[in-house]
Design a protein around this ligand. Structure first.
Ligand SMILES: C[S@@+](CC[C@H](N)C(=O)[O-])C[C@H]1O[C@@H](n2cnc3c(N)ncnc32)[C@H](O)[C@@H]1O
Length: 223
């Protein structure tokens, strides 16, 4: 599934199976979209949002529902994920979305482009996390925010095994289970996340999640 450390290959089947699996968890996307909205200044009428590692676009669909005037740009290195995201956002009636095939380590956007960048469960596969966070910092407007949700490296192994068992019992496709478990192998802890962010100049304004949680959230500001 990946040819070397942190070089995950998402083929068409995995992209489709992952999408079907994640569609069952729309509440997770809905609550993250609401969290993101909290960090956009009310004075910004048409916020520019980057969904970094957009995957199949499920978060952007929720963002478009609650922020219909926002301009949404989805970035992902997977052509299959981007294609699904594009179709899903069209089906959802989103008129203001664009898509770019790229990696966080080299974002093809000008400085000070975005009001907010949101990245959900993508960090594990960034080859150069510090370079990625520097790029995010560069692309954000002054005062802009990063909303980062990531898998937690410290999530207890026995709980991860239980998750795997639960997925198997629920007949989740093998590729999706493997993708999920492999992502944990390369996950970071909340402390590591904070360290990357402060090193590149961000100010942490919110963090959620402790050692036992499967994921953590950090909101950081470019002050
Ligand atoms: C687990 S999926 C999450 C997708 C989506 N954010 C969601 O929550 O449904 C991780 C996504 O990150 C993308 N990704 C992997 N490496 C990346 C990188 N270096 N830069 C940007 N996105 C990346 C993958 O292609 C994949 O679509």
């Amino acid at each position: 599934m990946y040819n070397k450390k942190q070089d995950f290959v998402i083929d068409k089947t995995l992209a489709e199976q992952f999408t079907r699996y994640m569609e069952k968890y729309s509440k997770l996307y809905c609550s993250l979209a609401i969290e993101a909205r909290e960090h956009i200044s009310k004075s910004v009428k048409k916020p520019v949002i980057v969904d970094l590692g957009i995957g199949s676009g499920l978060l952007s669909i929720e963002l478009n529902k609650i922020l219909p005037d926002a301009k949404i740009l989805g970035i992902d290195p997977s052509i299959y994920m981007l294609s699904i995201a594009k179709n899903k956002l069209i089906d959802a009636g989103c008129k203001n979305s664009n898509f770019v095939m790229a990696r966080v380590e080299n974002i093809p956007l000008k400085n000070h482009y975005a009001d907010i960048i949101i990245s959900r469960l993508s960090l594990s596969t960034w080859k150069k996390p510090k370079q990625g966070f520097s790029e995010i910092f560069r692309v954000l407007k002054p005062g802009g925010r990063l909303v980062l949700e990531a898998l937690n490296k410290e999530f207890p192994k026995r709980k991860l095994l239980l998750t795997k068992f639960h997925m198997m019992v629920n007949k989740v496709e093998k590729k999706v289970i493997k993708y999920h478990i492999d992502y944990y192998k390369h996950a970071f802890s909340i402390k590591q996340g904070e360290q990357f962010l402060t090193e590149v100049g961000f100010t942490i304004i919110k963090k959620e999640g402790d050692r036992k949680d499967w994921k953590f959230l950090i909101v950081a500001a470019k002050t």
